[in-house]
Ligand binder design. Structure first.
Ligand SMILES: O=C(O)C1=C[C@@H](OP(=O)(O)O)[C@@H](O)[C@H](O)C1
Ligand SMILES: C=C(OP(=O)(O)O)C(=O)O
Length: 448
């Protein structure tokens, strides 16, 4: 392990990650690969589980969230090989054939697992499913999927007016629907489309801005018929297709690459190549935002791999400028806002992030938590009702901070610590394993 980082056990065996940049200066250099895309990993496991035949998945994310998805679908009859190598095989049950599980399904910390799976459960007649999750997930709103599923005829019960897990689902034959979602959410869109698979007829979802389209791409690859209207952000699925197992190749997760893009951009002398990054246009808001901030990022070797755009990204240190981030770009960088706040703390001027109230209902309230924790390090950061205002230029100093068990917060604070003076201790840093199990190995390998 390099001299910059060390891990200690804290209270209740939580991890304390200590990061102390060498006083002689560090840089972020080298060539790295990042773990597989989390959104695509969930979808590959789920579609593999409900399709007929065999699906092979290369590059699957071996993080905690996809493990939750795999465990749930194993409990419903899918034969999923051990998640100990990036190559995973799924023998699906065939559409409509998920079994009633003998016990509660546990989605762990994963909103994507719970919300997408609810669409499948609600549409499997004559079975009872009970779904729960960890403390964080049990406080996240499920009404956004329960309400449209109920409109399709679903029977779902839960706490607080059926909006919080644990949720009980009695599967039903659902009706065709056209759902106008009030929020741009790929989890809502995907849940409704997955429910529509079992419907006799068409299911349409319209969203106010385009969210990530991995479900649309993968459903088509597995054999479903979709009509996509980009002018209205609408997608229509024709029910009862034959879904057949596929070979899925999962690109690296741009949401994980984002930590290194910002590390390279803010640490003087850095020059880092990140290979095999998924650059689906519904996910590249982070590249556009960093470009607006005048970061030096080059896309190299652009290609299409198994239906998803992929490129290598090279980042070099540059002096960042503040920018304003709001509107339709928000869903295309929704998970990158915590690390963008770190970039903004090193940019000249005041960065304003708006229309991002969704961050309040992620694994933690990411607006409050970033404002407090980055504030403890000396950043000039103010919480807005739906965003953040960050004025760059203050020198950050090491502090004791907390991840609030949120993976993206843990990793964002670790990157901020690289450019802070003195020692930063991040409590509950093990949360990183939700989406990035070898984050610390990469951190210690790129920092020189
Ligand atoms: O569909 C997905 O895989 C995801 C969609 C996004 O959530 P919302 O749909 O709630 O915006 C994102 O924040 C999450 O990390 C993954
Ligand atoms: C919000 C996230 O995931 P999920 O909603 O699946 O828990 C995330 O990964 O940042």
């Amino acid at each position: 392990m390099s001299s910059i980082a060390s891990i200690q056990k804290g209270a209740k065996n939580y991890q304390q990650l200590s990061i102390t940049p060498n006083t002689s200066g560090i840089a972020v250099k080298g060539k790295i690969t990042i773990p597989g895309d989390k959104s695509i990993s969930h979808r590959a496991l789920m579609l593999g589980a409900i399709a007929g035949g065999e699906t092979t998945i290369e590059g699957l994310l071996l993080g905690e969230d996809p493990r939750s998805t795999a465990a749930c679908f194993r409990a419903m009859g899918a034969d999923i090989s051990e998640l100990n190598s990036q190559k995973v095989t799924v023998r699906g049950v065939g559409l409509g054939e998920l079994k009633e599980p003998a016990d509660i399904l546990d989605a762990g910390n994963s909103g994507t697992t719970m919300r997408l799976m609810l669409g499948l459960l609600a549409s499997h007649p004559d079975r009872l499913f009970i779904v729960t999750g960890d403390n964080s997930l049990r406080s996240r709103p499920m009404s956004r999927v329960v309400q449209p599923l109920t409109q399709m005829g679903a029977n779902i019960w839960g706490r607080k007016g059926n909006s919080l897990a644990p949720l009980a689902v009695r599967g039903q034959q659902l009706k065709p629907t056209h759902y106008h979602s009030p929020i741009a959410s790929a989890q809502v869109k995907s849940c409704i489309l997955l429910a529509g698979l079992m419907v006799d007829g068409k299911t349409t979802v319209t969203e106010p801005a385009l969210s990530r389209d991995h479900s649309e791409r993968m459903l088509q690859a597995f054999g479903a018929t979709l009509d996509i209207d980009p002018d209205t952000n609408s997608v229509t699925l024709t029910g009862q297709p034959t879904l057949t197992g596929q070979k899925v190749i999962v690109p690296g997760d741009i949401s994980s690459a984002a930590f290194w893009l910002v590390a390279g951009a803010i640490v003087p002398g850095s020059d880092l190549l990140i290979t095999n990054v998924g650059v689906n246009p519904t996910r590249t808001g982070i590249l556009e935002a960093l470009e607006m901030m005048e970061a030096d990022i080059q896309r190299e070797n652009a290609r299409i791999v198994a239906g998803e755009p992929v490129a290598d990204l090279r980042v070099k240190y540059s002096r960042l400028k503040a920018c304003e981030i709001s509107g339709d770009i928000i869903p295309r960088l929704i998970d990158e806002i915590p690390i963008l706040a770190v970039a903004a703390a090193f940019a000249e001027g005041t960065t304003v992030i708006k229309n991002a109230a969704e961050l309040r209902v992620k694994e933690s309230d990411r607006l409050t938590v970033m404002a407090t924790e980055l504030g403890k390090m000396g950043a000039n950061i103010t919480e807005l009702t739906d965003g953040l205002e960050i004025t760059g230029g203050n020198e950050l100093k090491g502090a004791e901070v907390d991840s609030y068990t949120d993976h993206r917060i843990a990793m964002s604070l670790a990157i901020a610590a690289l450019n802070a003076k003195g020692k930063t201790v991040i409590h509950r840093a093990e949360a990183a394993a939700i989406s990035y199990p070898n984050f610390l190995d990469t951190l210690t390998s790129v920092v020189i």
